[in-house]
Design a binder for this molecule. Structure first.
Ligand code: ADP
Ligand code: MG
Length: 389
């Protein structure tokens, strides 16, 4: 057991690192953050910072010498760096868990091998082109880079075989081509798992995306108990299959015929779990601290139905701040800002949580706040008209 007063290391200083550091601080721990960007949000509240690349051996050595246990907030940390750190101390989640979750081919293969339903897919790699017969059942499809994609980046809609080759012939792979499902709902589950195998499962969140980026989460998801039960069962089985220690999220798709698919996993706390900070006994970041330190997990119980809206850089006028009045004037809304210095379109700058009487009421309040916030943002980065549902 690692006790308060100890120093915890985190690879990555984004908002997830910041929120981890805040939880760690509150629980009496110190933190050291490694990130290549000296302006990364978590740098502002870490006790010590190491500005270096994730594969800088000398920096990794310094990190491991300065703390008692290390976690990650950035899923694209090279697995080799985690393996190296694990030879010198406690690293959670394991390099293997992160390696599986950060590579769509390994991830989908793990899921398929363990009997979890995913969208039908094929691997497109190297110079061998798949045949029209193998591709046909997957159209219309979505081509995804196997590595480094996030927030819908590194994805292309594929309607014809020529669409496919126009990407795979010009960009380095490997890729996954998966069938585009007729989605009814997108759902996610955050799970904390201790090294003793005990778990704490948060309620299922229903997620709404805009341009591939999470826009709104509503909790608990308004779905039949049978489906949320299945989601929890699958999530636990995945965490167990990975022998996972730490906090992870599983994303699911529910199609219009009621079939449930696993979309992907994140080996870290998840944007759709930010509501846990304001609406649960313990947040996903509190559990990240506890599981890292071998402390008993706290209760994940939801104290109030809620919803969470994301605040993207699109909202930030040049050299100024957005008008947060729609959030601040709502007494049941809580605002969190990450302190990022450069608000680029699509960049996550903060979020708000609305605690409500019911999930419907809360989600409708969040939607109206989002509509008011985004109404003055005239154009999407792509040049398309902005439509926020
Ligand atoms: P990311 O790593 O960017 O989150 P995802 O695989 O989760 O990548 O895809 C982002 C979004 O794109 C999903 O939340 C969903 O809205 C849509 N999407 C992805 N795969 C499919 C699919 N097979 N069928 C339908 N929609 C999909
Ligand atoms: Mg996703």
């Amino acid at each position: 057991m690692i006790r308060p007063g100890a120093t915890l290391g985190v690879l990555g200083g984004g908002q997830l690192g910041l929120l981890f550091a805040l939880s760690a601080r509150r629980a009496g721990f110190r933190t050291v953050v490694l990130d290549p960007d000296p302006q990364a949000p978590a740098m502002a509240c870490a006790d010590w910072t190491i500005v270096a690349r994730y594969d800088d051996t000398e920096a990794l050595l310094r990190l491991s010498e300065s703390c008692q246990a290390i976690t990650t907030e950035f899923e694209n940390v090279p697995a080799a760096s985690l393996e190296f750190l694990a030879t010198r101390g406690v690293v959670r989640p394991s390099a293997l868990s992160v390696a599986i979750c950060q590579d769509r081919i390994r991830e989908k293969t793990f899921l398929a091998d363990n009997g979890f339903l995913t969208a039908p897919f094929i691997v497109v790699a190297g110079s061998s082109r798949p045949t029209p017969e193998t591709i046909a059942p997957l159209l219309p499809g979505i081509l995804k880079t196997s590595r480094e994609g996030y927030d819908g980046k590194g994805q292309w809609p594929i309607d014809t075989i020529d669409d496919l080759f126009s990407v795979t012939d010009t960009l380095p792979g490997p890729f996954i081509l998966e069938k585009k499902l007729d989605l009814d709902r997108e759902l996610s589950l955050v799970i904390a798992r201790g090294s003793d195998g005990r778990t704490a499962l948060y309620p299922v969140s229903e997620n709404f995306h805009e341009r591939g980026i999470l826009h709104l989460s509503a909790v608990p998801a308004d779905i039949p108990q049978e489906i949320s039960g299945k989601i929890r069962e699958i999530g636990e089985a995945i965490a167990q299959g990975l022998d996972y220690t730490g906090v992870m999220a599983v994303e699911y798709f529910l199609d219009r015929s009621g079939r449930l698919y696993v979309n992907e996993m994140a080996p870290r706390p998840h944007n759709s779990g930010h509501y846990t900070i304001d609406a649960c006994v313990a947040s996903q970041f509190d559990q990240q601290v506890r599981s890292l330190c071998d402390l008993p997990l706290a209760s994940p119980r939801l104290l109030s139905p809620c919803s969470m809206g994301n605040l993207l850089g699109d909202l930030w006028p040049e050299e100024d701040l957005p008008d947060f009045a729609p959030i601040l004037s709502e007494p049941r809304a809580k605002l969190t800002l990450y302190g990022k210095k450069s608000p680029r379109p699509g960049r996550k700058m903060g979020h708000f949580t609305v605690l409500g009487e019911s999930v419907r009421e809360s989600a409708s309040l969040s939607r109206s706040i989002l509509t008011r916030l985004y109404q003055n943002v005239s154009a999407l980065p792509s040049g398309k008209d902005r439509t926020i549902s």
